[in-house]
Ligand binder design. Structure first.
Ligand code: AMP
Length: 206
């Protein structure tokens, strides 16, 4: 199963990617997570990526594509994968197309008002990486593993607005996957399990 999840920040791509990977035992490739890990480890890549991420901008394609190539070359990707947050523009979509044949590109749609509401309440688990929500926490801890949670730097209100403007998924990416006959769209619900039922209906057809 070779899948990409498309959609605005906060649409639930990360959560759905976690659920798909759990059910189908696939590697989850989040370019955002890879950048955040590099920032935490203070690598050269992390330093470069941070400049863009702090402004709510996309990291340049050259850097992003190089981390994707490295990741796809790892043996666990042979059985399939779920991309979350890649591609974000046509150049990235075309590069990925040269490397692999995707089964589905699934857009998880959500309108802007709901995105702002969700992102401002989003929290991340320090232990299991689960993207969660203030309302889902149990005693202020991750509802899945009990780990401590934190707010991503780029989920600050000003950066959220910048990301929505600067990172709107271009229509040409959608058209690219429509032309290939692999594009599907669902609307994110406020319940992750319900949204997963919609996603899984698509996956079962592969
Ligand atoms: P995400 O966790 O997917 O929301 O990504 C967090 C940040 O990492 C984004 O706001 C971008 O700055 C950067 N990023 C993640 N994926 C990409 C990508 N495919 N292309 C460019 N920048 C990316």
């Amino acid at each position: 199963m070779k899948i990409v999840l498309l959609g605005p920040p906060g649409s639930g791509k990360g959560t759905q990617a976690h659920l798909i990977c759990e059910k189908y035992n696939l590697p989850h490739i989040s370019t955002g997570d890879i950048f955040r890990a590099n920032i935490a480890n203070q690598t050269e890549l992390g330093k470069k990526a941070k400049e863009y991420m702090d402004q709510g901008a996309l990291v340049p394609d050259e850097l992003t594509i190089s981390i994707v190539v490295d990741r796809l070359n790892q043996p666990d990707c042979k059985k399939g994968f779920v991309f979350d947050g890649f591609p974000r523009n046509l150049a990235q979509a075309k590069e990925l197309d040269k490397m692999v044949e995707l089964d589905k590109a699934i857009m998880i749609y959500l309108d802007d008002e709901e995105i702002i509401n969700r992102l401002s309440k989003r929290r991340m688990c320090k232990v299991c990486g689960n993207p969660t929500h203030m309302d889902w926490l149990v005693n202020d801890k991750c509802e899945k593993c009990g780990g401590e949670v934190y707010q991503r730097d780029d989920d600050a209100p000003e950066t959220i607005k910048a990301r929505l403007i600067k990172q709107k998924l271009p229509q040409d990416v959608i058209d690219f996957y429509k032309e290939k006959g692999i594009y599907e769209q669902i609307t994110s619900t406020d319940n992750k399990e319900k949204t997963f039922v919609l996603v899984d209906e698509i996956l079962k057809k592969i």
